[in-house]
Design a protein around this ligand. Structure first.
Ligand code: 0PR
Length: 377
């Protein structure tokens, strides 16, 4: 560190230069994050110094967090749901698994997740000393129910279903998973980190708290919710289901805490409250429709150059089937496009977020065509 600090101007000038090295969102097809809505940024700035780790000192923002949780609960079919605004999908998934493990109190417990589960579930196995059993997928990239049934045993404390998988945007058969969880008397956690702010505005699926047997849901405002990073959401159907997370906090303004982190950003809760209140159902429906319009546009344009999706997209996540996806991806990266890849089968993974435009999709597909030709495809 410097002995004597730089002036504010000098620091800001350096920051501006370094910020210029970050890549612009309009070339990103690989991210599930997007530019936050400006009202979320304003709310974030207004509550920057608040700490929800000690909510008695900040009753204002604590109230906003409860209101945000209430709005998300209502969106997911359970206005009385309880929970909190976390740092993101990883924390929410860890905490859901922890709640299930602690509620059951079984030695050598396991959870059964789809093969498509986000890598946060690998962290869970490591952190919580849970065996994470992965069930294979069917041809449509949904979890295979027969496999789940075979993997569940008397040490299983939770089943996990995904509503909007990271790689294919697919929705697992949540009603069937819920029936199985109910029959075994165990938790069903739904990871809707991405789909949580998409499916309620698309319709057509029965996957949230309206399904009897769904105990908890991960839903991330910092993805399709247009809030700031880090704003995740973890909701439980009842306070009872969340009890396993309680830790005594003897010297704080509250006697118990359920979050994983201690000090935590009130600004994330305020931003989420603000953007949800501003968007309303109508605003999110338009945002999701916009992204689905982009999805359709990408499918049409890529069909023109002979490229098809691995599965018919359910939401604004598309896996494009190409030969030698790693080489195609490198070629696209050289042209400044950021796409990622699915694992099995290897395909180009494209997320159509609100920052994307049809014009950029056209430029992208033109470059994809060029890369495919240069690789002799
Ligand atoms: N669950 C699902 C279904 C997810 O897709 C993700 C993240 C998580 C949980 C974990 O959420 P957090 O990252 O908030 O902890 N999915 C994205 C992914 O891994 C996250 C992401 C976002 C990756 C932006 C890249 C990126 O640039 O693809």
């Amino acid at each position: 560190m410097r002995e004597v600090g730089l002036s504010e101007d000098e620091v800001l000038r350096e920051l501006a230069e370094i910020r210029g090295r970050d890549l612009p969102y309009d070339r990103f097809f690989s991210t599930m994050c997007t530019r936050p809505h400006h009202i979320a940024v304003q709310a974030h700035n207004l509550f920057l110094e608040t700490n929800l780790g000690d909510p008695g000192l900040f009753p204002g923002v604590a109230e906003l967090e409860q209101r945000a949780v209430g709005m998300i609960g209502e969106m997911l079919g359970c206005p009385d749901a309880v929970g909190y605004i976390s740092t993101g999908g990883t924390e929410s998934n860890i905490q859901a698994a922890r709640a299930a493990r602690n509620a059951c109190g079984i030695e050598g417990a396991n959870i059964v997740v789809p093969q498509s589960a986000h890598f946060s579930f690998d962290k869970i196995g490591d952190l919580l000393c849970l065996e994470v059993r992965k069930a294979p997928l069917d041809s449509q990239m949904r979890v295979d129910m027969g496999a789940v049934r075979r993997l569940v045993d008397d040490r299983t404390v939770a089943i996990v279903g995904i509503a909007g998988t990271t790689e294919f945007g697919q929705v697992d058969p949540i009603e069937e998973l819920a029936a199985l969880a109910r029959s075994k008397g165990i938790f069903l956690h739904v990871d809707a980190a991405f789909g949580g702010f998409v499916l309620p505005f698309l319709g057509g699926f029965n996957w949230d708290f309206r399904v009897d047997g769904v105990s908890s849901i991960t839903v991330d405002p910092h993805k399709m919710g247009l809030s700031v990073i880090p704003a995740g959401g973890l909701l439980f159907r009842s306070a009872d289901a969340m009890r396993g997370l309680e830790t005594e906090t003897h010297y704080l303004t509250v006697s118990r805490q359920v979050s994983l982190t201690g000090t935590r950003a009130g600004s994330a809760a305020a931003a989420t409250y603000a953007v949800m209140n501003h968007m309303g159902r109508d605003g999110y429906t338009r945002s999701v429709q916009y992204c689905m319009g982009l999805t359709k546009h990408l499918l049409e344009r890529s069909a023109e150059i002979g490229v098809r999706p691995v599965i018919e997209p359910v939401m604004n996540v598309v896996a494009l089937a190409v030969k030698d996806a790693p080489a195609v991806r490198s070629g696209l990266m050289e042209l400044g496009w950021h796409v990622s890849m699915t694992r099995e089968p290897r395909a180009l993974r494209i997320i159509l977020m609100p920052h994307m435009t049809k014009e950029n999709i056209d430029l992208f597909v033109r470059d994809l065509d060029q890369v495919l030709r240069s690789l002799g495809q």
